[in-house]
Design a protein around this ligand. Structure first.
Ligand code: AKB
Length: 321
């Protein structure tokens, strides 16, 4: 894999994956694309960038051809809470975007990474130590698109031999670019609130457990699965990966180690709470560990120290806002 295209490159995950992949493969070999170019200007100007609506198969194909791309990281998508506010738009962006990029990958023989999510599970999925292969009946539109996307990527692999790969991300916590429209966004916002006012009003109940991961682990996971030996992969597009599972109460307790007066109160957002209640408390990620040696580095304490340092240095809500 030498020449890479990232869609949705200016978002929370894309902006940090761009840095990781550019340090592995060289700035000029990693082309960034997004539907807009008026945010993260530093990233837009640092290396090759294309304005791209990934639902447009012709346009995606033209970018792939022009830059002689051999692997695409398709990150453009709507997250769970935003998707619930506009389900038809979520279907359009998440499914028609994926389909166009899959077709372009097929036409130009590219490998394709697509992130799935803990959102692919539903209330009938085992809630604790959720297995790799299990019941998936998601109840959010985001989850419907994620489960359909996993199946579509599997289909393109077995029907057309496209080298599709993907992982089920938990909530991702980071300080470079803020997340937008996710159920797990609270786990990022809480650090900014702790460092600025010392108080956070949480939209989820204090005992809501969800899987989470710190960004350095998330970008490494995305790079490593694409470098994995295909002969070892029994699964392809839906690897469970996790690093930690905690509730808002527990996260607040860890923050208090470093901000002793930190206070958390709760004002439940019924939409996000319903989504969170339908997701696992904690997954097991044995298949990823066995098939491509996945291992997270950051736990809740290490992440909390690092995040508080980062947000104190950049209190405006993200270095790339
Ligand atoms: C969201 O909350 O929608 C995302 C996710 C877990 O997929 N962060």
């Amino acid at each position: 894999m030498k020449r890479i295209l990232i869609t949705g490159a200016l978002g929370q995950l894309g902006s940090e994956l761009a840095a990781e992949l550019r340090s592995r493969y060289g700035v000029s070999n990693v082309v960034l694309s997004d539907i807009r170019d008026d945010v993260n200007r530093q990233l837009v100007e640092e290396g090759p960038f294309e304005l791209l609506d990934c639902r447009d198969f012709e346009a995606a194909g033209a970018v792939i051809k022009r830059h002689r791309i051999d692997a695409v990281y398709h990150l453009a998508a709507m997250l769970s809470a935003a998707a619930e506010r506009d389900p038809l738009r979520a279907w359009d962006i998440n499914m028609n975007g994926l389909l166009a990029v899959l077709e372009a990958a097929r036409a130009y023989s590219c490998a394709l990474f697509t992130p799935s999510s803990i959102g692919c599970f539903g209330p009938s999925t085992p809630k604790r130590y959720t297995p790799q292969d299990t019941l998936q009946r998601p109840t959010s539109i985001y989850g419907v698109t994620k489960t359909a996307g996993e199946l579509l990527c599997d289909y393109y692999h077995h029907a057309f031999d496209v080298d599709t790969r993907g992982i089920r991300f938990p909530g991702i916590i980071s300080s470079l670019t803020p997340p937008g429209g996710g159920t797990t966004d609270y786990a990022v916002e809480i650090y900014y609130a702790a460092a600025s006012s010392g108080h956070y009003e949480c939209p989820l109940a204090g005992d809501t457990y969800l899987d989470m991961m710190y960004m350095p682990d998330a970008v490494r996971a995305a790079a490593e699965i694409m470098e994995a030996d295909p002969a070892r992969l029994r699964h392809r597009n839906a690897f469970n990966v996790t690093a930690m599972s905690f509730s808002p109460e527990e996260q607040a307790a860890y923050i208090r180690k470093y901000v002793p007066d930190f206070e958390i109160t709760y004002r439940i957002d019924p939409v996000r709470q319903a989504i969170a209640n339908s997701w696992p408390d904690c997954m097991e990620d044995y298949a990823a560990r066995v098939e491509w040696d996945w291992e997270p580095e950051y736990d809740l304490d290490m992440m909390t120290q690092d995040m508080l340092d980062a947000v104190r240095r950049h209190p405006q809500g993200g270095r790339n806002v």
